[in-house]
Design a protein around this ligand. Sequence first.
Ligand code: GLN
Length: 535
Amino acid sequence: MARKFIFVTGGVLSSVGKGIVTSSIGLLLKSRGFHVEAVKIDPYINVDAGTMNPFAHGEVFVTEDGGETDLDLGHYERFLNVNLSKKHNITTGQIYLSVITKERKGEYLGQTVQVIPHITNEIKDRIRSLAKERDLDFLIVEIGGTVGDIEGLPFLEAIRQMRLEEGENNTFFVHVALAPVLSTTGEQKTKPVQHSVQELRRIGIQPDAIVVRTQRPLEPEARRKIALYATLPERNVFSDHDLDTVYRVPLVLEEQGLPGLILSKLGVEDPGADLSAWEEFVEKITEASKTVNIAMVGKYTKLHDSYISIVEALRHAGAWLGVKPRLHWIESTLIEEGKQDLGFVEEVDGAIILPGFGARGVEGKIQAIQAFREARKPLLGICFGMQLSVVEFARSVIGLKDAHTEEVNPNTPHPVIHILPEQKKIGQLGGTMRLGASPIRLVPGTIVHELYNREIVYERHRHRYEVNRDYIDSLESHGMRVSGWSPNGLVEFIELDRRMHPFFVGTQPHTEYKSRPLAPAPLFQGFLRALLGGG
Ligand code: GLN
């Protein structure tokens, strides 16, 4: 079978849910036995997402090979249960960097280097070589942003050309657009969808299917109108309405026959899907009857997408334990400014101390850590959250009053968290942290070892600072144990002795990145079990 490309574009608004539609199509094809992956195209000029503010763009998703990518890659990995790579996130920055580097080397000698064909060729090359390298049956290509954005045009032009070059039978275009409901009349309005399809056609792309994001299932009249204006049969218009969980979206699209339509257009026989494990997971989410209350302590709490993999990891673990995690977002800056008291510690079952960077909100996090440690309520510190747990312990338990991380106070007399000499030398900020997956040896007899039930695990990192080895003896003799080491002696996990606290665990890697619906991350399972009182 020739390699097939499915292109997903978006209309009306960004954040309309293209990532979930892309992931869902991926899952539906994969559950038919096909080899499928997805690539995200981001039309911004940053080379990667690593240098962007999580407030604006949400979480930076780190791949196994250390790529700092768009959060949509997290959806792809979770739905498709695959490990993707840096190459699965293409940005305008990467494309131009590579074309300009080639131009300087003289690779286009004598030519005028232009958007068409040089930029568009570079885009097409990357898409094709990824599909070839990974030996895929299907590559789903999601174009970020909204049709009509100036920065997206070269990418749309590239995929328009791909239809011509790969052939009708090997390309499928899905357009995802929003049909808003007017609060005054309750009517589903289709005009914005009509306009975005017109815009797509003006560029030369005729969609093969429209997926309509709506609050309620798409009404027959709305479907009829959209089909008519998009020059499509009504059965090519799909309803992607609000659901109790995004994990149900693939099931709803399957029911309406989207994968069947894609396969028949592409001339591939439909072997039928086995979705039983996925259905079971979705049922478990719906049926979960217990609730636990979790304080999510961090400084980007206004945009919950900043921590999306952590939230999803809690959902995955919760589903299989019959628990719905109820999240209470606590802005640590308010604690340190005295605008939020610590009363919430009493009201919740436990806390996650979230990852982060920089000084703002740090003392608020440290106060929260102390309160949860003293109240003996379960705590999971992630990355910066782990580092600050070490700081809090050094200050309150060991008595090192001004202990700190060098990130916040470079002159602290007790740098319990410090920067390694090799990181200090680095002048450039993009892509220079400790990034990606590496092996960790777990220490037998620890909570973390028990949860993984393995000697060696691979988890993904994104940080610059480390626990200072000079303080390990002191930490351990006071009851804080190291439960995981990197091969070159970096601290990966810490925990309090069970006699001091039922569940106080810190993790330097972001284990949330590898949590999957059908394979939840062990630390999150352990944390939730502890919240249920199971230890
Ligand atoms: N700021 C810390 C460091 O760079 C932690 C980073 C994080 O939480 N991702 O080491």
